[in-house]
Design a protein around this ligand. Structure first.
Ligand code: DHB
Ligand code: FE
Length: 280
């Protein structure tokens, strides 16, 4: 049977993607951000999974305001990097895993979560920047990726509780797939940031560190935090953090091994947080 071996959590700032693509990662500003991912790239080489289930949010790229799925699972064989205004990022095409994606859709929908099945979709920085941070600049991404898009852009957004419970349903789905696949689940976005309005530039280190502590040690308790607390404390885009609870809910109920933890302010307008948790 397939199993979830580890979960990875990281912010997804678009300027990080531009720094990689333009060869600026060694500049003093960026060096401090990328230093936190040196361990992660080495860890990924040792722990390359068979498939990554990548939870992220689309930023009105694949889905315009005309159609906004709360949870969308990418079932296609390939996903093209999106054009977000400066042309598509020069990164490899993302290869999917249609068989596992279809199995997960079947299992999770029968478990009463309403997923939108997506057979054609471009992927934006929400998905490609985490891949760049963890893999650098390979010719091809080292394994297939199932994109899982969550609406955290247009209200109403799903609660942390629903995200955490969805993670549990994803775990059950993966563990009922009849092939010995090593699957990682990634939760991306966050940490505190607000991109518009009078509070633009908001960063809340105290909230972010407490979130990381609780994500590790008390995810069920953390999942009860209402969405308005994220917005008040972590800024309007801080709500992206509910996606981390999907990945955490998919992990085993016993305490994980914290393989890596990193936090840095700022990258562009955002507090960068990063965790690697291994199932024991
Ligand atoms: C920034 C962060 C985001 O999460 C995003 O989607 C766009 C921009 C930023 O910090 O600039
Ligand atoms: Fe974002």
């Amino acid at each position: 049977m397939a199993r979830i071996s580890a979960s990875v959590y990281t912010s997804h700032v678009p300027a990080i993607g531009a720094a990689v693509d333009q060869g600026k990662t060694g500049e003093p500003y960026w060096q401090k951000v990328f230093a936190g991912y040196e361990f992660s790239k080495a860890w990924m080489r040792e722990h390359t999974p068979d498939v990554i289930f990548l939870v992220y949010n689309d930023h009105a790229t694949a889905f315009s305001l005309e159609l906004i799925p709360t949870f969308a699972i990418g079932c296609a064989a390939q996903f093209q990097p999106a054009d977000e205004g400066w042309g598509p990022r020069p990164v490899p095409v993302v290869e999917g895993h249609p068989e596992l994606a279809a199995h997960i859709a079947q299992s999770v929908i029968q478990d009463d979560f309403d997923l939108t099945i997506v057979n054609k979709m471009d992927v934006d920085h929400g998905l490609t920047v985490p891949l760049s941070l963890m893999f650098g600049q390979p010719e091809a991404w080292p394994c297939p990726v199932i994109p899982f898009a969550v609406n955290v852009v247009q209200y109403p957004v799903p609660s942390g509780r629903r995200c955490f419970n969805l993670g549990r349903a994803l775990r059950k789905a993966v563990e009922s797939y009849d092939a010995p696949l090593n699957v990682q689940i990634w939760g991306t976005g966050g940490m505190s940031h607000q991109l518009q309005g009078p509070r633009a530039g908001l960063i809340n280190r105290k909230f972010d560190h407490a979130f990381l502590d609780r994500l590790i040690a008390d995810p069920a308790g953390l999942s009860q935090v209402p969405h308005i607390d994220y917005v008040r404390e972590a800024g309007s885009e801080g709500i992206e953090l509910v996606m981390w609870l999907i990945a955490r809910g998919a992990m085993s109920d016993s305490p994980p091994k914290v393989a890596h933890r990193f936090y840095h302010v700022p990258a562009s307008n955002t507090a960068v947080g990063h965790l690697i948790l291994e199932n024991q």
